[in-house]
Design a protein around this ligand. Structure first.
Ligand SMILES: [Zn+2]
Length: 254
């Protein structure tokens, strides 16, 4: 650990301790150590194999459900079997202590909740559950797992026979209204926003930290790559989140 690293963590910790309403904003980078690929960033990882609009759009779900499920099934299985890494676990502990009031996430893997976080706002939905678009019957993880693993047929609704849709936000879809509104409220209320593992390039999710900053919130960015908001940050921590977040927890805990 170099001096630059520890002083950045120390400064972040004192900003967090002095904040009245700190909010975390997380992206794919917090889950890569749990083996989850980046799902919504064209050009990165997952999309080298698939054109996102061919498989991950509402049109694909409606017109080519077999291709859609071929794409979503491994994502679902990954999200279901993945385990929270130290960044999830120690972020949850910071939240449980009340130092961070909520976690707004672009991720669909449910790992914040699994690591014990209480207030999680999922901007892009969840890969762990599904809903029938026709009759709105809902399917929990175990039910969805059974359906996706039953045989080679596509998962259909047990109530009405329509194809069911995992609760992830697809291209051509709006963000879930309730989550979007909650995230807006948090952004307006926040006096500090801690960005973890997000390149802040995916619109419209990236407007959330932007709103907070415009309202005068302090900004800490812990992302390995550069982001378009780096010049606005009070502290930049371009470090591996599985190292920085546990360190940050140690500092805010004393
Ligand atoms: Zn149905």
């Amino acid at each position: 650990m170099d001096i630059g690293f520890s002083s950045r963590i120390k400064l972040s910790s004192s900003l967090l301790k002095n904040s009245k309403y700190a909010v975390a904003f997380t992206g794919a980078g917090i889950s890569t150590a749990s083996g989850i690929p980046d799902f919504r960033s064209p050009g990165i990882g997952l999309w080298e194999k698939n054109d996102p609009f061919e498989v991950a759009s509402l049109t694909a779900f409606r017109n080519r459900p077999e291709k859609f499920y071929e794409w979503i099934k491994p994502l679902f299985l990954q999200a279901r079997s993945a385990k929270p890494n130290p960044a999830h676990i120690f972020l949850s502990r910071i939240e449980n202590k009340g130092i961070i009031k909520s976690i707004i996430t672009q991720n669909i893997d449910g790992l914040h909740q699994e690591s014990g976080a209480k207030r999680v706002i999922e901007l892009h939905g969840s890969a762990r559950t599904a809903t029938c678009p026709n009759c709105h019957f809902t399917y929990d993880t175990d039910h969805l797992f059974k359906l996706l693993n039953s045989d080679d047929n596509l998962p259909v609704c047990s109530q009405c026979g329509h194809f069911i849709k995992p609760d992830v936000v697809l291209f051509e879809e709006m963000l879930p209204e309730k989550a979007w509104r909650a995230a807006h409220q948090e952004a307006c209320r926040a006096d500090l926003i801690l960005v973890i593992g997000s390149s802040l390039e995916v619109y419209p999710a990236n407007t959330i930290p932007d709103i907070a900053i415009r309202n005068g919130a302090r900004l800490i960015i812990n992302t390995l790559s550069k982001t378009p908001m780096d010049h606005l940050a009070d502290v930049l921590i371009p470090m591996d989140v599985t190292q920085s977040i546990p360190e940050l927890y140690k500092m805010v805990d004393c």
